[in-house]
Design a protein around this ligand. Sequence first.
Ligand code: NAP
Length: 474
Amino acid sequence: MDAQLYYEGQWLDGVEMQRFTVENPATNQVIGTAVSASLKDLDRIIGSAEKGSSIWAKTLANERARALKRVASLIRDHQDELALLLTQEEGKAIGEARSEIGTGADFFDFYAAEALRTYGTTMPSPSPSRSIWTTRSPIGVSALITPWNYPFSTICRKMAPALAAGCSVIVKPAEETPLIASKLIEIIHAVNLPKGVVNFVTGDPQLIGTNLVADPRVRKVSFTGSTEIGRTILHNAADNITSVSLELGGNAPVIIFDDASIDDAVQGIIRCKFRNAGQVCLATNRIYVQRNVLSQLRERLHQAVNALQVGDGTHQNVQMGPLINQQAIDKVSHHVADATAKGATIECGGEAIPGAGYFYTPTILSNASETMTLAHEETFGPVAPLFTFDTEDEVYERANGTPYGLVAYVFTKNLTRAMRAIGVLDFGVVGVNDPGPSLVEAPLGGVKASGLGREGGHDGIEEFLETKYVSMRY
Ligand code: NAP
């Protein structure tokens, strides 16, 4: 598949005719190419979005809602075909890919409804001859910059609320996964939105990403990715005071108290550590286990991890696919080597799998400690490090001891303890006995170095709206 650029309602090649290749991380085979856009292309694309913005902002909300519902329905019609491409491009197991495509459709349905609820407010006036109220309007051209790990649903999570609010969008996917993003744009093309409402650019992030963010015609940047690039984006948006939403990296703790259901905790770790081979912003990076249940948990986790089927995600029985590229393998290997040099024990796994593809064995490390790199940096791979704790106060302090604050998980059957944990943990999301808190209906986002703003739920559309306050005397 050879993806093109998309603007002014048309598929076009870049003016310089340059392309880059896309690889299947399970086989190392080239599965397609995408355009390395030039600055001239980018200028045309932003111009197209500017025209689209003025048309779409004036389009009635119920018309926008109907268009979004059509997108949702078309995504569902193509779910299997989209899931296969997603697995071939990103590597995740096919069942996870189907679920990601379904979530993408759910975002369009949810925000079709939210398009009708961008209410302003009327305030009690301090005078009989004066009225005061607010209206909501779309923020304008929105650049949506997305990572490779959820390359379909992350775009939908941003695009659906942006379009619902009346903004035009420019989608800039990651270089590893432009093909599935391009398929989403094909679906949207079939819905016949006004020209310029949806636009698509691929290419060198230094050139395209930097200039997209810094262009004064772009009024909103919604970014999901690493904290490092998030900082760069914030700097680049500063000159034009462009609104920025950032969904960044995490360093999620999971705390397992001795009163928890150990079976639930083990299943929770399998879900939030080995899903997408651990390449999830919500993946747990630090597993804190109360000392008196450590050996029980370690044994059951070992059994569950050994049962995981690793391989090409297109095969039906596979539960965990490859990592995205060699850099990811190198980072995971470095974290494991650093941990073992500082006293961790490899309970299982701990090595890359030789041969084609970027596979790493599902790994459990015991005796993990805060001296290790993996306690401070996202591993973004299938490595479950077990830390031990004794008291509640101690574990909260250790769990909060990170500049990140995306998500924390707690396993306990004690309601009072759960309420204390919710109050004390300094994270944007807390999952109590729940390893999968991310939902279309709920606001997801981090505090501290994990980001600015929220995606999902009603909060998600707020990121694309401005408030106009009116005061009228008569
Ligand atoms: P990344 O390297 O930060 O890249 C994210 C996106 O930014 C890609 O499209 C990338 O393009 C682009 N980019 C790179 N440099 C840029 C620049 N100077 N200006 C504008 N755009 C630029 O992140 P990643 O490796 O793709 O994704 C993994 C990270 O995303 C992890 O840290 C993970 O935790 C985080 N994440 C967070 C959430 C959340 O909801 N909080 C969700 C998913 C992932 P190229 O790919 O072409 O370099």
